[in-house]
Design a protein around this ligand. Structure first.
Ligand code: NAI
Ligand code: MG
Length: 347
C-alpha cells in the first residue's frame, strides 16, 4: 500500500465529466490524511477530436504511463463517427497498457431494483479477457459497399493470453469465500478457440484444487444469469462474450448506473484503468440525472487494486447504505448523491 497515489483522470464526454467529479470527491473523502493524492486531468474524447482531430497522441500515452492508475468517465458522442474514439482511444489504451483483465463485479445491493422475480442473491465477478478475441482488429473487407461485400473479423486467442487471464480468475476465485469458477465459452461450435480455453482452464485448475469449477456455453449462461444468477461466483470468459454478459449482469443488478469496471494489468507494468461500464449518456448529459454510483464503485476497485482495501470496503459500505435509503431520500442530483456518499465515507 503506497502513501501516495498519482492518478491520471480522463473525464471524457457527456456525463463522464459529471460522474468523475463525484468519484474524485468520494476518493478524497475516503483517503486517510497521510495518503497524498496527486491528480492530472487529460482532455481526451469527442470535444478534443472535434477541435484538433486527436484521439490519443503518443506524448499523452507516454505521460499516462507515469501514473499509478487511471480514472475514466466515458468517451463518445453521436457527432463522432462510430469506431473513431473506440479504436483510437479506448481500445488503444487497453492494448497499449496490456489491460488483459477486464474486471466487472455484479452485486445486487439491498433495496436496489431488479427485474428478476424473488430477488436472488447476486454477487459475482466477471473476469473478461481484455486484449484478444475478436476485438484485435484482425479482419478486413473487400468489395465494400457492394452487394458482393465480404468481411472478416477474426478472433485471436493465444496460449499466453488465455493462460494469464484464466490464472488471474483462479486467484480471484481462491480469494473469495465460495471459491467457484465458471468458464463461459462456446466450445461446441467455436472448437479451435474453445479447445484452447477449455484445456487451459482444466490444466491451470489443477494448481487450484480448492476452487470448484464449472463450464457453460455462453447461450446457456444468459439463461442462468436470469433464472439462477446465485449459481455464479467468478466467471472467466473471452472478450466478446464478456462484453455482452456484463451488460446483462448490470441489467439484473440495479442497472447501468451502478455497474463498475476495471481494466487491469495485474503485473503492474502499466497503470490499470477504472471506469463505469456506462457511456457518455448524451440523452441526460447536463441535466444532473446521471447516477455517479458506478464511478464511485469503480473508485473502490481502484483503491482495492492499489492495496487500499479498507478504504475500498468503506466506499462499498457507503454505497450499500445509500442505496438502502434511496426511497426515503427522494430524487437527487448527481452532485447530491456524490455529496451523500462522500459524507458517509468520511463520517
Ligand atoms: P450509455 O451507457 O451512454 O447510455 C445508455 C442509457 O443508459 C441512456 O438512456 C442513459 O441515459 C442511461 N445511463 C447511462 N449511464 C447512466 C447513469 N450513470 N445514470 C443514469 N442513467 C444512465 O450508452 P449509449 O447511449 O449506447 O452510448 C452513448 C455514447 O457513449 C456513445 O457515443 C458510446 O459510444 C459511448 N460509450 C462509451 C463507453 C465508454 O466510454 N467506455 C461505453 C459505452 C458507450
Ligand atoms: Mg459494453
Amino acid at each position: 500500500m503506497s502513501r501516495s497515489i498519482r492518478l491520471a483522470v480522463i473525464p471524457g464526454d457527456g456525463i463522464g465529466q459529471e460522474v468523475v467529479a463525484q468519484g474524485l470527491k468520494v476518493l478524497s473523502a475516503a483517503l486517510p490524511q497521510d495518503v497524498k493524492l496527486e491528480t492530472r486531468s487529460y482532455d481526451l474524447g469527442a470535444q478534443r477530436w472535434h477541435a484538433t482531430g486527436d484521439t490519443l497522441p503518443d506524448a499523452e500515452l507516454e505521460s499516462l504511463k507515469d501514473h499509478d492508475a487511471i480514472l475514466l468517465g466515458a468517451i463518445g458522442d453521436p457527432s463522432v463517427p462510430s469506431g473513431v474514439l473506440e479504436r483510437g482511444l479506448l481500445l488503444k489504451l487497453r492494448f497499449a497498457f496490456d489491460h488483459y483483465v477486464n474486471l466487472r463485479p455484479s452485486k445486487l445491493f439491498p433495496n436496489t431494483p431488479t427485474p428478476l422475480a424473488g430477488r436472488p442473491d447476486i454477487d459475482f465477478v466477471v473476469v473478461r479477457e481484455g486484449t484478444e478475441g475478436p476485438y484485435v482488429g484482425n479482419g478486413g473487407s473487400m468489395r465494400t459497399g457492394t452487394p458482393d461485400e465480404v468481411a472478416t473479423e477474426v478472433s485471436l486467442n493465444t496460449a499466453h493470453g488465455v493462460e494469464r487471464v484464466v490464472r488471474d480468475a483462479y486467484q480471484r476465485a481462491a480469494a473469495r469465500p465460495r471459491k467457484k469458477l465458471t468458464l463461459v465459452h462456446k466450445n461446441n461450435v467455436l472448437v479451435h478457440a474453445g479447445h484452447l480455453w477449455k484445456n487451459t482452464f482444466d490444466r491451470v485448475g489443477q494448481e487450484y484444487p480448492e476452487v470448484t469449477t464449472d463450464y457453460l456455453h455462453v447461450d446457456a449462461a444468459t439463461i442462468f444469469f436470469v433464472t439462477q444468477p446465485e449459481r455464479f461466483d467468478v466467471i472467466v470468459t473471452d472478450n466478446l462474450f464478456g462484453d455482452i454478459l456484463t451488460d446483462l449482469a448490470a441489467a439484473v443488478t440495479g442497472g447501468i448506473g451502478l455497474a463498475a469496471s476495471g481494466n487491469i494489468n495485474p503485473s503492474g507494468a502499466f497503470p490499470s484503468m477504472f471506469e463505469p461500464v456506462h457511456g457518455s449518456a448524451p440523452d441526460i448529459a447536463g441535466t444532473g440525472k446521471a447516477d455517479p454510483t458506478a464511478t464511485v464503485l469503480s473508485v473502490a476497485l481502484l483503491l482495492s487494486h492499489l492495496g487500499h482495501g479498507d478504504e475500498a470496503a468503506r466506499i462499498e459500505a457507503a454505497v450499500a447504505s445509500d442505496l438502502a435509503e434511496r426511497d426515503a431520500a427522494g430524487p437527487r442530483t448527481t452532485d447530491e448523491i456524490g455529496d451523500a456518499l462522500a459524507a458517509r465515507v468520511s463520517g
